[in-house]
Design a protein around this ligand. Structure first.
Ligand code: BLA
Length: 513
């Protein structure tokens, strides 16, 4: 039942990673039909652990292939018929030769999945609850989202002992950004690097919403094929392994890890409001097999952390809103101090730019035109402003790519890839035009071009360099996107402007009366 889907760089979002037709070799997978409990699929390595060849297991009742104690745990029959345990459970029991094994039992879509794995050592497992508690405590003590993620990465590394633990955050387009990291001092940090959405294709992100934890024990593993019970006249369908811990990983992804110098990974999903917000990605330079108990602790933690994240994200949002409100107050005070909008804005230069995260701005007030920060030449600024006004009469108008809307301005991409215009109703010559540079100038690439890995023309090996090219093509001529919070900040500033104009008008009136 090997899917044998030909994968290459052009079609990786179509690779059916949930039906790989093989498993990783550190365990055995047996799948039986329900309610007959006849084994329909088994991995070719059953002999090593269960002492029975795959051929001798296929087509037989699953209970007959396991010791009676184990069989009892998996499924029971009484006078009324079949009794299934909960939909998902795990037990640790000795098998025939006395060796401890971990049994992961799940029934799903009319099938009973059993994954068996040898338990190497239980020594460290006893410390797990206390260590997991430390992860939570350190996150509780964090004062904002950034600190919380940093604390989580650090503590998760203490818990799991991987060489590197990263928090990888997705943006709306599926592109990613390493927002926190804890790693061995001898490793190159990936903190703050950006990667294109294609590095973790859509079907993988969808699967990670369902299965919160993935383990890859050794990039050099030889996949163990899954064999199916063939009944004459019907073809066994490929087995859905979405929820299997032993699922074989995409060969393209394995290649990617090899190019990164990684031998083993553990990955946890961070799900906020039913969306895949990000991942914890743990890397190890040597092969590594986490114990089943560690895996369960991590799975639990990823759910608790996801909850804590939601609160921290809300808090961060309200902190950001407050910070922007303070900047507007600062600008409003500056109007008062200088008795004019143009002078007040110019004197509060930093706040005017930071308010919307811009690198430069054109100010047009009281018949004066003034450039702040990094902008095109004044004449160009004025042409852009009038072209934008011709394009839209909205009170604010923003473009992430000026050159896509008005190709003649491609020449300004260095400083003016993104523009945000605030117009003043009734004063057509007044307004502020903010500029953002092209994103390639402001973010750090995951595929550092200086560290390019040679691409093998035959295998089409993916390298960081390849990622870099994809990303660059995607973001060319774009600035970082203007967010709703940026537009909200502009509205806030406009309210302050109106209030100042009102007080000026009132004082003029009171003087003349
Ligand atoms: C999966 N790619 C992934 C995963 C990560 C990355 C974290 C999830 C693996 C898991 O959950 O176990 C990418 N890893 C990264 C990045 C960093 C990192 C960006 O450490 C940054 C530091 N990948 C490609 C290309 C293709 C591709 C070009 O780069 C397709 C042609 C495919 N990546 C790909 C596939 C998966 C994947 C198919 C799913 C793997 C699986 O679950 O089977």
């Amino acid at each position: 039942v090997q899917s044998n889907y030909p994968v290459d760089l052009s079609n990786c979002e179509r690779e059916p990673i949930h039906i790989p037709g093989s498993i990783q070799p550190h365990g055995v997978l047996i799948v039986a039909g329900l309610p007959d409990m006849i084994v329909r699929y088994v991995s070719a390595n059953s002999d090593g652990l269960l002492g029975m060849s795959a051929a001798s297991i296929l087509g037989r009742p699953i209970t007959a292939c396991l010791g009676s104690v184990i069989a009892e745990q998996i499924v029971r029959r009484d006078d009324r018929g079949l009794i299934l345990p909960e939909t998902h459970r795990f037990v640790t029991l000795p098998i025939e030769d006395g060796e401890l094994c971990h049994f992961d039992i799940r029934h799903l879509n009319g099938l009973l999945y059993l994954e068996v794995q040898r338990v190497e050592s239980v020594e460290d497992d006893e410390k797990l609850p206390a260590r997991a508690q430390m992860v939570i405590d350190s996150m509780r003590a964090a004062c904002n989202l950034e600190h919380l993620l940093k604390a989580a990465a650090h503590q998760l590394r203490q818990l799991t002992n991987y060489d590197r633990v990263m928090v990888y955050r997705f943006n709306e387009d599926g592109n990613g950004h390493v927002v926190a990291e804890d790693c061995d001092a001898a490793m190159d940090p990936y903190l703050d690097l950006h990667y294109p959405a294609s590095d973790i294709p859509a079907q993988a992100r969808k699967l990670y919403l369902l299965q919160r934890i993935r383990v890859l024990c050794d990039v050099d593993y030889v996949p163990v094929p899954l064999l199916a019970h063939v009944v004459p006249g019907s073809d066994p369908p490929p087995l859905d392994m979405t929820f299997c811990d032993l699922r074989s990983m995409s060969p393209i992804h394995v290649e990617y890890l090899k190019n990164m110098g990684v031998s083993a990974t553990l990955t946890l999903s961070l799900i906020v409001d039913e969306q895949l917000w990000g991942l914890f990605v743990c890397h190890h330079r040597d092969p590594k097999l986490p114990s089943p108990a560690l895996r369960s602790s991590c799975d639990l933690l990823s759910q608790i952390i996801s909850f804590m994240l939601r609160q921290a994200i809300e808090q961060d949002f309200s902190n950001d809103t407050n910070r922007r409100k303070q900047m507007v107050s600062h600008i409003a005070e500056s109007f008062q101090r200088h008795g004019s909008i143009a002078d007040g804005l110019a004197a509060a230069e930093n706040s005017v730019l930071e308010l919307v995260g811009a690198s430069g701005a054109l100010l047009c007030f009281d018949g004066k035109n003034l450039c702040l920060g990094a902008t095109p030449a004044l004449d160009d600024c004025l042409i852009v402003m009038s072209e934008l006004r011709a394009l839209s009469t909205d009170k604010h108008f923003s473009l992430d790519s000026l050159a896509k809307a008005l190709p003649e301005f491609e020449r300004l991409r260095d400083v003016a890839s993104g523009v945000l215009l605030m117009s003043i109703l009734g004063s057509p010559s007044d307004g502020i035009l903010w500029f953002r540079p092209e994103v390639v100038r402001t973010v750090k690439w995951g595929g550092n071009p200086e560290k390019a890995v040679q691409i093998n023309a035959q295998t089409g090996r993916i390298s960081p360099r390849k990622s870099f090219d994809v990303w660059k093509r995607l973001v060319e001529l774009h600035s970082l996107p203007w967010e709703p919070v940026d537009l909200e900040a502009v509205s806030e500033l406009k309210r302050a402007l109106s209030a100042f104009i009102m007080t000026q008008a009132e004082s003029l009136l009171s003087r003349s009366s």
